[in-house]
Design a protein around this ligand. Structure first.
Ligand code: HEM
Length: 529
């Protein structure tokens, strides 16, 4: 113990000054705390990371029950505000849209998209350029209707696999088959050709490698990298993320470089520009003339954009179909009602098509209900670029915003019996409600200018595939039997646990024996497949 009179005079003066200043710091701290939404007690350095489990949307949900619908967390050194009601979603994503029109950038996304990602780009001229070209040439209503034959072809391939399994009474891994179909659709939308067309730069071997790379990328994008949040860990790579990112980057770059080089060669040899033009051609044209003076568009941007679209568009679509089928398996009455509607509107001698979907309101309600309970991107994540006031709180620049659409879809103030799978709600109280970002109780595709540009594409294929499966097969679940509360009590109960990942996957793959509806499938097989 040191006596006070032994301390050097300067140190004593410093201590006295600090003691006098404490009330000022305290007042400042209180005022600061008052401006941000409430926050639980945090830890030094890690902030509130210790409160989060692997399923982030569930951790945020539990915290919202304790702290209220708007609360603040500190993730390492990054301040983060989490919103969990439709009203707050409207206020943040619509009323204050421009304050939150950017997104945070993470190390893995930045590296694997060559730092050019649309998904994490700030709201600037480059983002507007990307959004315009993807809407005009890939994801807008015109190109999407042009891709209709491609979707039918991939659906036929998928149904053939199930028909084959059915004839041998074998189980099919629907999760894996749906992912394959989803990859194939996006791949051929962007790079043209079909699975057999090596001339378009993607033979089966490369398609398989592309699938594996995209799967690894989606996985790493869904993991928490501490270096993104704790500034002094940025260079340390304690979790080995850096190594994994580099390994995936090398594989992707090799693959996409080969595709690009082959395409460039093909374009040089193409006589007078004759030949099929696909999205990749259009992108290569833009590198020669971006048609926008503010934007430099290079091969690097093409590589980044292709990665962007692949990771944003493939697993999300496959996962939505998987969850819809899972709910249908657990709710046989809903399954039967959807089938009756399809049989009545389409009949049993031809395969359901995209043009039938507007005439199938119950099917559409089934799809919305599955997106309500299982939004494949459950956390809409943005970054505050302009300070804004929300109620009594002020959200400062650089705060990360998370809108928990998973919680919003289960909000008992807006949904009756929110945990039940009940498509009828979209034909009754919520009729007219859609998923286009205007109804803040239902935001599977987000809202505003940063909402998902793939909505049209996803909403073409999703109901089509679900309808075709309902029309052609019964599904007998293999393994993964779950809790009786998961079903309507009338049939087998499938385990509905969620797994970890960017796109809210099922914990267990969906494995079923498809049992063909003989009359129907035989007639359809004869005419279409
Ligand atoms: C069921 C399928 C899908 C769901 C549920 C979904 C959901 C979402 C959500 C919630 C966002 C964030 C929106 C926001 O911040 O407001 C998003 C962004 C995005 N999605 Fe999708 N998506 C799906 C399919 C697709 C498809 C098929 C594509 C492309 C082929 C795609 C491409 C993108 C891109 C590029 C972004 C980033 C947009 C930007 O930041 O400007 N998505 N998606």
């Amino acid at each position: 113990m040191i006596a006070l009179d032994e301390l050097p005079t300067q140190l004593l003066l410093l201590i006295v000054a600090l003691v006098l200043l404490i009330p000022i710091f305290h007042r400042h701290g209180r005022r600061h705390r008052h401006r941000l939404p409430p926050s639980p007690v945090g830890m030094p350095i890690i902030g509130h990371f210790h409160l989060l489990g692997p399923l982030l949307h569930r951790s945020f949900h539990d915290l919202s029950l304790r702290l209220g619908p708007l609360f603040t967390l500190r993730l390492g050194s990054v301040p983060c505000v989490v919103a969990s009601t439709p009203d707050l979603a409207r206020e943040l994503l619509k009323t204050n849209e421009l304050s939150f029109a950017s997104r945070p950038n993470f190390i893995a996304v930045s590296r694997l998209t060559y730092d050019t990602a649309m998904v994490s780009s700030p709201y600037d001229a480059y983002w507007k350029f990307l959004r315009r070209i993807t809407t005009n040439d890939l994801l807008g209503s015109r190109p999407i209707s042009g891709f209709s034959p491609l979707r039918s072809r991939e659906l036929s391939r998928f149904l053939r696999v199930l028909a084959d399994k059915s004839s041998r009474r074998e189980a099919a891994n629907l999760s894996a088959e749906l992912r394959k179909m989803s990859y194939a659709v996006i791949l051929h939308m962007m790079l043209g050709g079909d699975s057999a067309a090596a001339s378009h730069g993607m033979d089966e071997g490369r398609v398989e490698e592309a699938r594996t790379v995209v799967r690894d990328v989606t996985r790493i994008f869904g993991e928490f990298n501490l270096s993104d949040f704790v500034w002094f860990l940025k260079r340390l790579d304690l979790q080995g993320f850096g190594k994994r990112i580099e390994e995936i980057f090398r594989r992707y770059d090799t693959l996409i470089e080969t595709v690009l080089r082959e395409r460039e060669e093909l374009r040089r040899n193409r006589k007078d520009g004759v030949g099929n033009i696909d999205f990749l051609d259009i992108l290569l044209d833009y590198t020669e003339d971006p048609k926008d003076d503010n934007v430099q568009f290079t091969r690097l941007h093409i590589k980044g954009l292709i990665m962007d679209i692949f990771t944003a568009g493939t697993d999300t679509t496959a996962t939505s179909i998987e969850w819809t089928l899972s709910e249908l398996i657990n709710n046989p009455k809903v399954f039967e009602k959807a089938r009756e509607e399809i049989d009545r509107v389409v009949g049993e001698t031809r395969l359901v098509s995209e043009s039938d979907v507007p005439n199938l309101p119950y099917l559409q309600a089934v799809v919305k209900e599955a997106l309500r309970l299982h939004p494949p991107a459950p956390l809409v994540t943005r970054k505050c670029v302009k300070e804004c006031k929300v109620g009594e709180y002020i959200i400062p620049v650089d705060t990360m915003l998370i809108v928990n659409t998973w919680t919003i879809g289960r909000d008992p103030n807006h949904w009756e019996s929110p945990l039940d799978f009940e498509p009828n709600r979209f034909l009754q109280a919520h009729s007219g409600m859609d998923v286009k970002g205007q109804h803040f109780e239902l935001l599977p595709f987000g809202s505003g200018r940063r909402m998902c540009p793939g909505l049209n594409s996803a909403m073409q294929i999703l109901p089509l595939v679900v309808a075709a499966i309902i029309q052609c097969f019964d599904l007998k679940v293999v393994g993964s039997i779950g809790d009786s509360k998961d079903g309507d009590g009338d049939g087998p109960v499938l385990n509905m646990e969620e797994g970890v990942g960017l796109t809210l996957p099922r914990l267990h793959e969906l494995v079923c024996v498809p049992v063909a509806r003989h009359g129907t499938l035989t007639a359809i097989l004869k005419s279409e497949l």
